[in-house]
Ligand binder design. Structure first.
Ligand SMILES: [Zn+2]
Length: 318
């Protein structure tokens, strides 16, 4: 039996798993280190792998180590560079991890790893045209067209969170540019969208259970979805507006990539499946020229990047 080790590097947690063609066999998780030098992250990963899977690796049963990571990545150097989510400017990964175990190490952006996982283990088996989209702290995607994984000249062919969905650019994105999808609908930025719709009179929040939190500047995206689940009218309207903007993003994806299938993951979507999916399905037709694809929540849920990291070793993408 051939195994692979999968690593999911997030700004909050690092997760490591052992898997084979049947899926994940064992997984562990730790908080991502925030102190130490450039090598702190790779040292943490090496220690986690050694503590849990050293025997299997030394017996020669592990084909390689796959990594799905937050970006931006320098794929040529196998490193994370200038990430806004960790306090290290340059985080080398492939070289130190290869030197520790002497088996192949593969590195992908986390959303790219996720779509590889979807194609091998999830909803996209035997599907040649698929987009995986994460609605999380940020918004990102991984894309196969005609069975080929899209990467681009710098590995950014799928940076869909930074596509423009508001030509007036009313909100500014974390990247500094205006009108980007992520500035409106990511978990981090939904509170900014709420401020905007209140200011512009799109939604009236007097009498809403969100009113005080909005005025005190402590509103989170979770508050908005929880209030909508309780039937709060303002929150329901805001969630519908978020869904309307999401539908524009999904229509753009559909118009550009012409997928058969779009799967959705990420904490915002996984914690609010119906509230996220329903308005996208309602509004996507208004903006799509291409035939509407099947759109579902990923069956691989929060493990999708780990599945992808394992799949990238066992079933390398074309
Ligand atoms: Zn942006």
């Amino acid at each position: 039996m051939q195994y692979a080790v999968g690593v999911d590097i997030g700004g909050t947690n690092i997760r490591v798993a052992l898997g084979d063609e049947d899926g994940i066999q064992q997984k562990v998780q730790e908080r991502t280190v925030k102190t130490g030098g450039s090598y702190a992250v790779s040292q943490q990963i090496i220690r986690m792998i050694k503590q849990n899977f050293q025997d299997v690796i030394y017996k020669g049963k592990v084909k390689g180590i796959g990594i799905g990571s937050i970006g931006p990545l320098n794929l040529k150097e196998g490193a994370i560079v200038n990430t806004p989510n960790l306090p290290f400017k340059y985080i080398p990964l492939i070289k130190p991890i290869y030197e520790a175990f002497k088996i192949p190490v593969k590195l992908y952006n986390d959303c790219v790893a996720a779509v590889i996982g979807e194609k091998t283990f999830g909803e996209a088996k035997n599907v040649d045209n698929v987009v995986y989209l994460t609605l999380s702290t940020g918004i990102g995607a991984g894309v196969y067209v005609d069975g080929h994984l899209l990467l681009g000249k710098d590995g950014n062919a799928h940076e869909v969170g930074h596509m423009v969905i508001d030509y007036q650019g009313r909100l500014t994105c974390g990247c500094g540019k205006k009108g980007h999808w992520e500035a409106y609908c990511s978990g981090r930025n939904i509170p900014n969208l709420v401020k905007l719709v209140v200011k512009e009179g799109i939604v009236e929040v007097k009498g809403s259970i969100l009113y005080e939190k909005i005025n005190n500047g402590v509103l989170t995206s979770k508050d908005v979805f929880e209030a909508a689940k309780q039937g709060d009218i303002a929150a329901v309207k805001i969630v519908d507006y978020i869904g309307y903007l999401n539908a524009i993003g999904f229509a753009n994806i559909n118009n550009i990539y012409d997928p058969e299938l779009i799967t959705i993951g990420g904490s915002v979507a996984l914690n609010n499946e119906e509230l996220v999916l329903t308005p996208i399905l309602n509004y996507i037709k208004e903006y799509s020229i291409n035939r509407i694809p099947k759109i579902v929540i990923t069956p691989l849920k929060e493990d999708i990047v780990l599945y992808g990291a394992i799949a990238a070793v066992l079933n390398p993408p074309l």
